[in-house]
Design a protein around this ligand. Structure first.
Ligand code: URA
Length: 196
């Protein structure tokens, strides 16, 4: 079975099995986009309004930022896969709650196990903490914030998987913060180094 077929089955499993109040308010499940055979997986936080309407991650303003950053290092959606911690939009784009992270991330872990990326780029605090805590929701509290971790790659082994993690600022967070944007651009250049 191809990775795409495995992901299609997983997506249906979420539709059938994920019980969460966010689902009732959401328009669409936002599962993932890109190339399932790519070596690089980006993990964002949660769908926003545009993502909820279209059922596709990173299609709004943050998505434009991410597209520009990918293009700046010569990458496109063919070279990466993109998913989120939460599969349904939180109201008013509020932060994910611990219970929501707990119920949604088993599916993210399955996505990661299907894709088997060599590099996981975590976008923002929630995905960085979840991945660096080795998928342990309670362990997330012990992980530092993104401002001290961004740009420094970390080797992670968990659940029989082995990958490098590149913590990055969330593209939505840099829209109005020039200094963070410059940091994010520099950190993207390090992703390019990884590809050499
Ligand atoms: N922000 C995210 O973290 N994910 C999306 O899909 C869109 C915006």
């Amino acid at each position: 079975m191809s990775k795409q077929e495995e992901l299609d089955i997983l997506k249906q499993k979420i539709v059938d099995n994920l019980e969460c109040p966010l689902k009732d308010a959401a328009t669409n499940l936002v599962f993932g986009k890109g190339n399932p055979d790519a070596d690089i997986l980006f993990i964002g936080e949660a769908p926003g309004a545009q993502e909820d309407l279209q059922g596709i991650p990173f299609v709004g303003k943050a998505g434009q930022q991410l597209d520009e950053l990918l293009h700046s290092i010569g990458l496109s959606l063919d070279d990466v896969y993109i998913a989120n911690i939460l599969k349904y939009r939180p109201p008013e784009n509020r932060d994910p709650k611990t219970d929501e992270i707990r119920s949604h991330t088993p599916y993210l872990i399955e996505q990661i196990k299907i894709i088997k990326p060599k590099l996981i780029c975590t976008l923002g605090n929630f995905s960085t903490k979840f991945v660096l805590a080795k998928f342990d929701v309670d362990g997330m509290k012990k992980i530092q914030g993104i401002s001290s971790l961004h740009g420094d790659p970390v080797d992670v082994q968990v659940d029989g998987l082995s990958f490098k993690v590149m913590p990055l600022y969330h593209p939505a967070a840099v829209i109005y913060r020039r200094a963070w944007k410059e940091d994010l651009e520099k950190d993207f250049l390090k992703i390019k180094d990884f590809l050499l």
